[in-house]
Design a protein around this ligand. Sequence first.
Ligand code: SAM
Length: 273
Amino acid sequence: MHIWFTENQTEDVSLGLRIQSVLWKETTAFQELVVADTLAYGRMLTLDGAVQTTIGDEFVYHEMITHVPLSLHPNPKKVAVIGGGDGGAIREILKHPTVEEAHLIEIDDKVVETAKRFFPEISGSLDDDKAFVHYTDGIQWVKEATNFDVIIVDSTDPVGPAQGLFTPEFYQSIYQALGEHGIMVAQSESPFLQPHLIQRVFQGVSSAFPMTRLYLASVPTYPSGLWSFTLGAKGDVTTQIRPELFDLATRYWTPQIQHSCFALPKFVQELVR
Ligand code: SAM
């Protein structure tokens, strides 16, 4: 029998994945959470019908949202992830030998609980001694935070509790929460399907940070498959890759990708001109 999961990504575009079974379904205080087993990409987590992560392609997103900003910082020690309850970003951050503290700020404890139960390969590092999990709203948390080296916004789409994670005020609070060479990055959706959102995030980050850059990666289960990340830096960044990073255990990120991911196709350059 063929059972299909369909994500309606816009009014005109859907993603279809054939599934073997639904493993878990729950309505949390914030969203509808589903875990299903797909034939193409293995186990998949969805929130409110939108794919968050799959075993088959999660490495691309988690490596690119973490290693790009951490490689640009001269000595990242204190890092935070806002959202990211699956734990994939924390797993990648803890691969950096300089990191002493990796904080996860997730509004919905059920996402973390489900990730630990169904996605141990992604969430395993949440139990590391250097990982600290805070169940609270990232918008409030960041107002009190200080002296972080890198802050990563690994959020759901800009609806429900994530809406405030896409505002200039939030990026300004992140700026205040960062130390001297601080860097932020936010997932900023698809240039094909959400060009206006990319422009909004880019303008918002630019209003708070002196340097803003967009970079891209291919994530097949995200809308259109071409995904953008917006990076803001407080000052000069190092483009020299530190020697220890040449041995990072990755499957997508490489020192060459670190440089090439900032090369944008012309239509994307025009979005952020
Ligand atoms: N990689 C994913 C993507 O782009 O689809 C995002 C993954 S992660 C599961 C997103 C998380 O952000 C969710 O678990 C959600 O609960 C969390 N979140 C949404 N709004 C938040 C907020 N205001 N503060 C903290 N976490 C939030």
